[in-house]
Design a protein around this ligand. Structure first.
Ligand code: HEM
Length: 502
């Protein structure tokens, strides 16, 4: 009798747990279709950790371009597949879809702070600050380009020193790209043999590998449970700590030497000056934590994204020597041997431009996009998506959409060229997503600086498309301002003064 009572109690408890863990039944509303979630598991049977992107693509064949899945029992996500669905949502209803969703593995560290992982007023202020500060310091402008050219010279020198013997270039490429962002953020360039710099760059790379691993995708599904347990994700937290410690050291150095009357020399200075200005404001978003998390994200974004793209492009050039030859021939013909290309040369380098675009398209570096969230309850394609619903815009499905890019798995730079061999833009070339960062106007109404559409350095979603043109096509007073930079002349001209040590 006693045993029967115990069993009955257990059964009731189990039913209670199952009911509570039944995914989203209470708030489902009129959501897009999707596979039926199981209690406790969500759609784990359809979505294998480690192959999440492929699982989502497979589901879209059955449920169409807009569908709902459950990552574990608690996390309901609306998935957007293909150009039309993503553009309609993120472009057509940009404001509604502008919230930031969760990256559970990074959430413990960022905790809703910094430019990438914040929401609402905090995000608006940090985004505006970051885009304007980066632009004022030279990103997408001549100054930024000079930085890149100087760093490229250092990189080539380091490559030459290997004297043609085989070596693994990943770290070097990541250090070179990281130095560009370090110049903008800290006004510092680090020698390639600096051990702390090496450790930070390695850790940033490790974070990328970490967040896309099977165990991290498991964590994305069951974080509420796993965050209390030990597991391989602790390694990821260690890597985040390494990047954060590097950032803290640089921020403290800036705090010690800040000239509150002077112009900001870099992004950290600009942030500290803003903090000082808003010190009395109890609602200010210019806080220590937002500074640190913005810098950590920029270090990470500036180090890993571009260097991975370069490494992948180099591999493609090795695999397709005829493409490599054509690029080299175009560069030599148009610029002369050994001459560094600049953004202003782009119109003369359509084939090189096409190769860079095609490599980025094929790579699809962020195939699942970064999670967004609905900032208000929204009608979309006849469905009602409740406020807070997470959205995955599958950028890889756009870049590999066979309706737009025929035989999308093939490396074919020709798809970015017209019949006359001129560079041809593709509306579906969206490796950086869309909507969120739609260009802030220049503060005093100057036109956008002549800039790259998407390459090589300026984040395309931060500045609207502009055709490269000679600097002289911009009114002289604006050229002057651009040269000086908007932070009171804080140009980066001299920051590579110490040349490339090591
Ligand atoms: C190949 C290079 C890169 C790729 C493919 C890439 C891709 C992306 C993607 C997909 C997003 C999410 C956008 C969204 O949710 O709509 C993003 C956001 C962002 N990226 Fe990049 N990125 C790259 C390089 C960089 C670099 C070099 C920087 C910094 C200098 C940077 C800074 C940012 C920032 C600040 C955001 C956050 C925007 C916001 O939340 O308002 N990215 N990037």
């Amino acid at each position: 009798m006693e045993a029967a009572g115990t069993w009955a109690l257990l059964l009731v408890l189990l039913l209670l747990v199952l009911t509570l863990a039944l995914p989203g039944t209470r708030t489902r509303g009129h959501l897009p279709p999707g596979p039926t979630p199981l209690p406790l598991l969500g759609n784990l049977l359809q979505l294998r950790p480690g192959a999440l992107y492929l699982g989502l693509l497979r589901l879209s064949k059955k449920y169409g371009p807009v569908f709902t899945v459950y990552l574990g029992p608690w996390r309901r996500v609306v998935v957007l597949v293909g150009r039309e669905a993503v553009q309609e949502a993120l472009g057509g209803q940009a404001e509604a879809f502008s919230g930031r969703g969760l990256v559970a593995t990074l959430n413990g560290t960022f905790d809703g702070h910094g430019v990438l992982f914040s929401n609402g007023e905090r995000w608006r202020q940090l985004r505006k600050f970051t885009t304007l500060a980066l632009r004022d310091l030279g990103m997408g402008k001549r100054e930024g380009e000079e930085l890149i050219q100087a760093e490229a010279r250092c990189l080539v020198e380091a490559l030459r020193r290997t004297r043609g013997s085989p070596f693994e270039p990943s770290l070097l490429l990541a250090q070179a790209t990281s130095n560009i962002i370090c110049s903008l953020v800290f006004r510092l360039r680090f020698p390639y043999d600096n051990e702390e710099f090496k450790a930070m760059v390695r850790a940033a790379g490790g974070i990328v590998v970490g967040v896309s691993s099977p165990w991290a995708q498991t964590y994305e599904m069951f974080s509420r449970l796993l965050q209390h347990l030990p597991g391989p994700y602790t390694q990821l937290f260690g890597q985040l700590r390494t990047v954060a410690a590097f950032a803290v050291q640089q921020i403290q150095r800036h705090q010690r030497s800040l000239d509150t009357s002077g112009p900001a020399r870099d992004l950290v200075d600009a942030f500290l000056l803003k903090m000082a200005k808003e010190k009395q404001d109890p609602n200010t978003e210019f806080t220590d934590k937002n500074l640190l998390m913005t810098v950590v994200y920029l270090l990470f974004a500036g180090t890993v994204t571009v260097s991975t793209t370069i490494r992948y492009t180099l591999l493609l050039l090795l695999k397709y020597p005829q493409v490599q030859e054509r690029v080299q021939e175009e560069l030599t013909r148009e610029l002369g041997p050994g001459q560094a290309p600049s953004l202003w040369d782009r119109a003369r380098l359509p084939y090189t431009d096409a190769v860079l675009h095609e490599a980025q398209r094929l790579l699809a570096l962020v195939p699942m996009g970064l999670p967004r969230a609905l900032v208000k309850t929204t009608r979309f394609r006849g469905y009602t998506l409740p406020q807070g619903t997470e959205v995955f815009p599958l950028l890889g499905s756009i870049l590999h959409d066979p309706e737009v890019f025929k035989q999308p798995e093939e490396f074919n730079p020709g798809r970015f060229l017209d019949a006359d061999g001129k560079f041809k833009k593709h509306e579906a070339f969206l490796p950086f997503s869309l909507g969120l960062l739609a260009g802030e106007p220049m503060p005093t109404g100057c036109p956008e600086p002549p800039a790259s559409r998407q390459w090589p350095f300026q984040h395309p979603s931060s500045l609207p498309a502009a055709i490269p043109a000679p600097l002289t096509s911009t009114p002289p007073h604006c050229v002057d301002r651009m040269k000086k930079g908007n932070l009171g002349g804080g140009s980066l001209g001299g920051c590579h003064g110490h040349g490339c040590v090591s």
